[in-house]
Ligand binder design. Structure first.
Ligand SMILES: [Zn+2]
Length: 389
């Protein structure tokens, strides 16, 4: 048996922190089950991030749709949010959803951390392609979620079959070192790939196995000719020296031989800072650990109203709130949920704010059409113009 939980374990609350289970027992024995409103938000982002990309909403709503009689308002998946902004408000009898707190936060914290990191990498990459190649760095049971979150954040492709299926796409890959080592020669390995693998798959060779990148790149380009889409440099950091210079040299040598259409793909321990340095010379980035092992975002869930009374713990503003956002300049304001957003003019530019929350679940019923994952990603990309790394 693998060390994983199934969907039923999550739905039955078997993965909840035990103190919620004990709280449930206590409240039940005292016959206390008030109607509460609880908000999910975060105080601090990792490092010095100024924003995050919300992901994990679909799984959260699917879990909560099993709970009785609760209502949920939230930002839609793929929304850029800032610290101290509620991203979701859950309303209902505490015992109907309290047991799910651990799972809800788990869904949102990890998926949003990955989507946020992918977005940072995609902003750094600009019009260059970004592939999520980090499946090998995480437990395989969660690979589909990880790859979906990476795609939502802006990755152009993912590497596994199941991950790609979840985003209605085809998996992306190159050639591993093992094929080249077994074949004994980079050109032979690439030719074997070319003769066996269906033509729809782009031919991307790997040029750092046996020799210098430049000479292998030239050999592969001459050996494959026009069918070669690109070459990947996975040069180990111990051999890199000035990686950008190596790439410039490879580009030069290919260009002067007429292989200017051959794309340069790089991988190996990259993050958004490396991407920024290399994007002028690189056509596509394969990012692993930085995205799949991204730091989680520390959301918390806090009660802000009990039976209509506004109350919250120290350090947290009471009352259920929502976020309104200026459509023109992306300025936000947090207001009470019954505030009329239409009455506000943007403090910064004078344009109008818009309520960016959606009604997702009403009295136990999902009243929200889950968008296509491609459309969620499109929305994320459309918000990039307002963001800085
Ligand atoms: Zn504005």
């Amino acid at each position: 048996m693998f060390h994983i939980a199934g969907e039923e374990d999550i739905k039955k609350g078997r993965l909840t922190d035990i103190y919620f289970e004990r709280t449930e027992r206590i409240l039940k024995s005292l016959k206390k089950n008030p109607v509460v409103k609880a908000e999910i938000f975060l105080k601090d982002f990792p490092d010095d991030y100024k924003w995050g990309v919300l992901a994990g909403v679909e799984e959260t709503l699917k879990l909560l749709s099993d709970a009785d009689r609760i209502s949920v308002r939230c930002m839609p998946e793929g929304t850029v949010f800032r610290d101290y902004q509620p991203v979701m408000v859950i309303e209902g009898r505490y015992l109907d959803f309290g047991i799910y707190e651990t799972a809800i936060l788990g869904f949102l914290c990890q998926a949003s951390g990955i989507a946020t990191k992918a977005a940072r990498c995609k902003i750094a990459a600009g019009d260059r392609l970004l592939y999520s190649f980090g499946a090998r760095r995480i437990h395989p049971a969660i690979t589909p979620m990880v790859e979906r979150s990476a795609f939502i954040g802006g990755a152009d492709g993912v590497s596994t079959n199941l991950g790609a299926k979840l985003i209605n796409s085809e998996p992306v890959g190159t050639i591993p070192h093992s094929l080249i080592l077994i074949m004994g020669d980079t050109v032979e390995a690439t030719k074997a790939f070319d003769s066996v693998i269906e033509p729809a798959v782009k031919r991307i060779s790997l040029v750092d196995t046996f020799c210098d990148e430049k000479f292998e790149a030239i050999r592969v380009a001459e050996g494959l000719g026009k069918s070669l889409f690109g070459i990947r440099l996975d040069t180990p950091s111990s051999r890199r020296g000035n990686f950008k210079k190596i790439l410039e040299e490879v580009r030069w040598e290919l260009d002067i031989r007429g292989f200017d259409k051959v794309n340069l793909i790089v991988s190996g321990g990259l993050d958004e800072n490396d991407i920024l340095k290399l994007r002028d010379i690189v056509d596509a980035f394969g990012v692993g650990t930085a995205i799949s092992g991204a730091e989680v975002l520390d959301f918390s869930l806090d009660i802000v109203e009990i039976e209509g009374r506004k109350i919250a713990k120290r350090g947290k503003m009471s009352g259920a709130k929502k976020v309104i956002r200026c459509g023109r300049c992306f300025t936000d304001k947090v207001v009470l949920e019954d505030d009329r957003a239409a009455d506000y003019k943007c403090d910064k530019c004078g344009s109008t704010y818009k309520d960016i929350f959606i009604d997702a679940i009403k009295d136990g019923e999902v009243i929200y059409d889950f968008p296509e994952v491609k459309d969620i990603r499109k929305r994320v990309l459309s918000q990039f113009k307002n963001l800085e790394l």
